[in-house]
Design a protein around this ligand. Sequence first.
Ligand SMILES: [Zn+2]
Length: 86
Amino acid sequence: MKKKTCTTCNTVKGFDQFAVQSSRKDGRKTQCKACCKKRDEAKRQANKLAEAFQRAEENKNEALQELKVRKVRRSKKQKQRKRRSR
Ligand SMILES: [Zn+2]
């Protein structure tokens, strides 16, 4: 059986351990299936984190917007109070 070295884990593995990729000269990916799986898992985790981060960022922006609105309202009231006290 033909063998191939995975570019990620540098382990020599049988051709059946590499996923098919027709665009490659030898028809197989340079990464073994195990590494592809790991990479996909990492990608999924990264996506999850990115999504969570995005959501947190949106929440933060909303909260900031809310805060700004409140501050503006408050500062207007304060100005009015100052004018009255003079
Ligand atoms: Zn590998």
